[in-house]
Design a protein around this ligand. Structure first.
Ligand SMILES: Cc1cc2nc3c(=O)[nH]c(=O)nc-3n(C[C@H](O)[C@H](O)[C@H](O)COP(=O)(O)O)c2cc1C
Length: 260
């Protein structure tokens, strides 16, 4: 049975829904209205519904939540470029929690990031509270000791500086099924969405690379994070309110491009 219903009074037969469908699920019927091709494979991306200027399409396979209106006023290129260039990894945090509503809104943005074939297989673990994060850092340092840690880092740790969690109040971990091919790509994009949305809200964020690395090698860390069976840690961010503001965009290596 077709998952797509067309209101023939609203449909203008412009064919946009047919053209944008990434899976070639739709074709014009004998009257020119879009119709689902039998045995086609819809990836539930919602583009057919979202592109229709008259709201003529409904799709029964999409999640029940209402579609939101698309933003009309996008940031100017100057605003966007300035934002992207000016964000920095933050490693000094104020002793302040991030409000739950803010975390929920950031996770909501992250779940809208692109995923391969719209698979949406990522799940999230959120850890709140500086002390809990420090306990995780302790486990990571244990894991690092087991696999050979840079002595300079260990010296910092023993001197009382947490170079792993850096005093952040919140940790967000992206996990995915271990057998999911695109887990690295999907998680990197989703975490980047989360990061940028957090920075747009004035929060400081830093990727928690030590955690990701250690989670693949050291089972006690996975247990501490309560990673479900069959899932792997793909990436993580630490966040909180940053202490310092950056005044300049630091230089980077020259661009290396092969124009073919
Ligand atoms: C995958 C990944 C892992 C990272 N892991 C850490 C980390 O464990 N600790 C840390 O302080 N910074 C970490 N960073 C931050 C990088 O050091 C940082 O992005 C880089 O130095 C450039 O600085 P910027 O983000 O301010 O431009 C990581 C970044 C990425 C992308």
């Amino acid at each position: 049975m077709s998952q797509i219903a067309v209101d023939k009074n609203l449909c203008k037969k412009d064919g946009a829904c047919i053209k944008v469908c990434p899976a070639g699920v739709l074709a014009a019927d004998t009257e020119g209205f879009p119709a689902e091709i039998p045995d086609s494979h819809c990836i539930l991306c919602g583009h057919c519904v979202a592109v229709c200027p008259t709201g003529a399409l409904t799709h029964s396979g999409l999640p029940a939540e209402p579609a939101l209106p698309a933003a009309k006023n996008w940031p100017s290129p100057e605003a966007m470029d300035g934002f992207l260039m000016s964000r920095r990894s933050v490693r000094e945090f104020k002793d302040k929690p991030v409000a739950k509503e803010v975390l929920e809104s950031l996770l909501d943005i992250a779940r809208r990031a692109p995923t391969a074939a719209n698979s949406q297989l990522l799940r999230w673990i959120v850890v709140e509270g500086k002390q809990k994060l420090h306990t995780i850092a302790e486990e990571i340092v244990e894991g690092m000791r087991a696999s050979g840690v840079n002595p300079a880092f260990l010296k910092q740790w023993e001197g009382g500086y947490d170079f792993v969690m850096r005093g952040a109040s919140t940790l967000v971990v992206a996990i995915a099924p271990a057998d999911y091919t695109w887990r690295r790509e999907d998680s990197a994009i989703a975490l980047t969405y989360f990061e940028l949305a957090a920075e747009a809200r004035g929060l400081g964020v830093c990727w928690a690379g030590y955690l990701t690395r250690c989670a693949t090698l050291y089972a006690p860390l996975r247990q501490l994070l309560a990673v479900p069976e069959g899932f792997v840690v793909c990436g993580a961010l630490m966040l909180g309110e940053g202490t310092y503001r950056y005044r300049q965009v630091p230089p980077r290596k020259p661009l290396s491009v092969q124009w073919n």
